[in-house]
Design a protein around this ligand. Structure first.
Ligand code: XUL
Ligand code: CO
Length: 393
């Protein structure tokens, strides 16, 4: 029993349903182009926005807004309660995957050893729950941006002690991702960037970041992790400038450090828009350069220039990117992670179902439209004809 137990399993009822807690477009078992919708979309619920964010914004001065039992009490038992609630939610919603940062699941201890031990006990518990519910791990990651030690970056921090700490943290998160059968490991460099060039040695920072990433790849092979290593591009926020600005920038970085065969990208809709591109631009670029990995599904707000992480609600806007996904052969290790959060005024626990249902219905509807376009093949015929001259001698 948890705050999410008030709802039964969410079912598909079709487009005519008026039940707000039913899927209208996401029929998980519907087969199109030889696979079910669940197999095509591989949707995931993220742990951080869904169960860790308390509804704060810069104006709430850290005062929590959402009332959840695990926001009170001692951090370790709260983390256990949060895990129980999260898996209760996953099981009732019925999406196949989840994603997490180490710090979402477990609080820090007094030092790295103690911190790792706390994480171990919670993830042992998560492993049992994954077994019981059948929910799988799309990707794991390490939070290298919340703790004060990371205020000037993790891999790009001017202090080598911080670099080493971050490496230790990633090592542990990567090993756990492998153990939980994760299909990818993600690095989002939230603070890998700069605030001002006046005090920044950019070449030093880029080399440090390249070396850090090379170590991640080396360790992946050492432990036999079969999943993909993914960088998540974003141009800014929290730093003024992030080194992983967009897909093309990440590709140049990977080439420079000899990692373009080893690392791919996790493209987020609103990060694409923040970098001045469209989502479909980023997806197409990653396929063209051979580094497409996975997607973070969300949207921004056309009148706001920051990372609002809203649930997708406009299926038409997503069709071009999904046509590209189909052209590119679909997901291999990747999927659609809802890196999306509720609005502050959505304070009821049930709202988390509504957000995800609306989001996955939007994706499913967009995907079905993309399948129609892809199968009609008019676009492909026109495109082939456009380059027909190159087929001649
Ligand atoms: C931040 C963001 C992260 C990554 C994982 O904008 O998207 O949540 O997805 O660290
Ligand atoms: Co993201």
């Amino acid at each position: 029993m948890s705050v999410y137990s008030t709802v039964d399993s969410i079912r598909f009822e079709g487009p005519d349903s008026t039940n707000p807690l039913a899927f209208r477009w996401y029929d998980a078992t519907r087969v199109v182009m030889g696979k079910t919708l669940a197999e095509h979309l591989r949707p995931a619920v993220c742990y951080w926005h869904s169960f860790c964010w308390r509804g704060e914004d810069p104006f709430s001065l850290g005062v929590p807004l959402f009332n959840r039992p695990w926001f009170q009490g001692d951090p370790q038992s709260a983390a256990v309660q949060k895990l129980d609630a999260a898996f209760d939610f996953f099981a009732r919603l019925g999406l196949p995957y989840w994603t997490f940062h180490d710090r979402d699941v477990a609080p820090e201890g007094a030092n790295l050893r103690e911190t790792n031990a706390i994480l171990d006990s919670l993830l042992e518990n998560a492993a049992r729950k994954m077994q019981d519910t059948g929910v799988k791990l799309l990707w794991g990651t390490a939070n290298l941006f919340s703790h004060p030690r990371y205020m000037s970056g993790a891999a790009t921090n001017p202090d080598p002690e911080v670099y080493a700490y971050a490496a230790g943290q990633v090592k542990h998160a990567l090993e756990w991702t492998a153990r939980l059968g994760g299909e990818n490991y993600v690095l989002w460099g939230g603070r890998e960037g700069y605030e001002t060039l006046l005090n920044t040695d950019m070449k030093h920072e880029l080399d440090a970041y390249g070396r850090f990433l090379a170590s991640v790849v080396e360790h992946k092979h050492k432990i036999g992790f079969k999943g993909a290593i993914l960088i998540e591009p974003k141009p800014k926020e929290p730093t003024k400038h992030q080194y992983d600005y967009d897909t093309a920038t990440v590709y140049g970085f990977l080439r420079r450090y000899g990692l373009d065969q080893e690392v791919k990208v996790n493209i987020e809709v609103n990060h694409a828009t923040l970098s001045g591109h469209s989502f479909e631009h980023e997806v197409t670029t990653s396929f063209a350069l051979g580094i497409f990995g996975s997607l973070d599904a969300n949207r921004g707000d056309e009148q706001l220039g920051w990372d609002t992480d809203q649930f997708p609600n406009n299926h038409v806007a997503l069709v071009p990117a999904l046509v590209e996904l189909l052209r590119g052969g679909g997901f291999k290790t990747g999927g659609m992670n809802f890196d999306a959060k509720l609005r502050r005024q959505s304070i009821d626990p049930e709202d988390l179902y509504a957000g995800h249902i609306g989001g996955i219905d939007t994706l499913a509807r967009a995907f079905l439209s993309a399948v129609d376009l892809h199968q009609a093949a008019e676009l492909d015929r026109a495109r082939t004809a456009r380059y027909a001259g190159w087929k001649n001698e």
